[in-house]
Ligand binder design. Structure first.
Ligand code: UT7
Length: 324
């Protein structure tokens, strides 16, 4: 038997993001729900969110974000040999979204699979893609987090519908570290895990139900169990928290983001707060925040970024990456 020779490491080549056009403010929600702008801003940190049009699909948003990442990478569709879509809100279980997205982007016959690790999905997909590049089973991987959560929430349930939103983010990754001039591996080791004992804390109980969440239990878990995970991801990457330029946690709740940032011990690092204008877009939140920060010129090439996705399952994944 002959095995493929992979690359010493993998790195991100470009990011891309997409937000649907419709902006929904807290006051818009308060017009039909017993809530207020003040409550939502102070408890969750969201000022407004974007919601997809009724006929806009997860695949539509994935294609829009991925097209930008592909253009930014300088690669052509023919260079991509694996497409992974992280999503927990696909309209169809079969066909998988990734094969449809690849076809629409003109990527011919890549490996294609969907991955569901809920809000941790993008970091799981980044780890899987990076491992594929290192093992030699793929050379250039398109990784997408895309969600249409608006179709899974009960719009009369004020404890969930004010939080979740729609959008997509993507990254193109490729080999690094094994050729002179390619730079050091830019995607660090993943630190991941799960706790199925908490499976009922965020779930869609059956095919006819909406998202159910025990908010306080999830909040407590996120603010007490995850800081060792982010510190371990730094340790595994041999990056001290004081060397980080940016911390990009899943955009679940601004109070969770701030609590995690305080416990990380990286006072110099910028902290992504995309949730304020994007809401909680689950697996899309991290690549969307990154692409928007890059677009605004807030991140420089070579910056070290620490990512952590976490959510239903419950499951989580964290890694340090280098900004392309
Ligand atoms: O991305 C997946 C991971 N998910 C998360 O990380 C979510 C983590 N949890 C949270 O972000 C927060 O727990 C929530 C934002 C979901 C809720 O905030 P909270 O500060 O934990 O509020 P609570 O559930 O303890 O509710 C406090 C009060 C309740 O009223 P009573 O029983 O005290 O009278 C709720 O009924 O706030 C009420 N409430 C609201 N009031 C106004 C709940 N939602 C609303 C609302 N507007 N939208």
């Amino acid at each position: 038997m002959r095995l493929h020779q992979g690359s010493a490491g993998a790195r991100v080549l470009a990011f891309g993001g997409y937000q649907p056009a419709r902006i929904v403010t807290n006051d818009d929600l308060a017009a039909t729900l017993d809530t207020s702008d003040e409550w939502i801003r102070s408890r969750v940190g969201i000022a407004s969110r974007r919601l997809a049009a009724p006929d806009e699909t997860v695949a539509d948003m994935a294609v829009a974000a991925a097209g930008k990442a592909l253009a930014g990478s300088g690669l052509s569709p023919a260079d991509i040999d694996l497409v992974i879509v992280a999503t927990c809100t696909a309209e169809t279980t079969i066909p998988n979204t990734s094969a449809v997205v690849a076809r629409r982007l003109g990527i011919c016959a890549p490996g294609a699979y969907d991955l569901n690790a809920a809000c941790a999905g993008f970091c799981y997909a980044l780890a899987a893609g990076s491992d594929a590049v290192r093992a030699g089973s793929a050379r250039h991987v398109l990784i997408i987090g895309a969600e249409k959560l608006s179709q899974w929430v009960d719009w009369t349930d004020r404890s969930t519908c004010i939080i979740f939103a729609d959008g997509a983010g993507a990254a193109v990754i490729g080999p690094a570290g094994d050729q002179p001039g390619q730079g050091e591996p830019g995607i660090g080791p993943v630190v991941w895990g799960s706790d199925g004992d908490m499976a009922d804390k965020i779930c869609v109980p059956d095919r006819r139900s909406f998202i159910f969440q025990e908010g306080q239990a999830v909040f407590r878990w996120a603010t007490t169990a995850l800081h060792p995970v982010v510190r371990k991801a730094c340790e595994e990457a041999d990056v001290d928290p004081t060397e980080l330029a940016v911390f990009v946690p899943h955009q679940a709740n601004l109070r969770i983001i701030e609590a995690l940032a305080r416990k990380l011990g990286a006072p110099q690092a910028k902290v992504a707060s995309d949730i304020v204008s994007a809401g909680n877009t689950s697996s899309a939140s991290i690549p969307l925040a990154l692409s928007r920060m890059v677009e605004r010129g807030e991140l420089a090439s070579g910056d070290k970024a620490l990512l952590i996705g976490f959510g239903a399952g419950v499951c989580y994944a964290a890694q340090v990456i280098t900004i392309p």
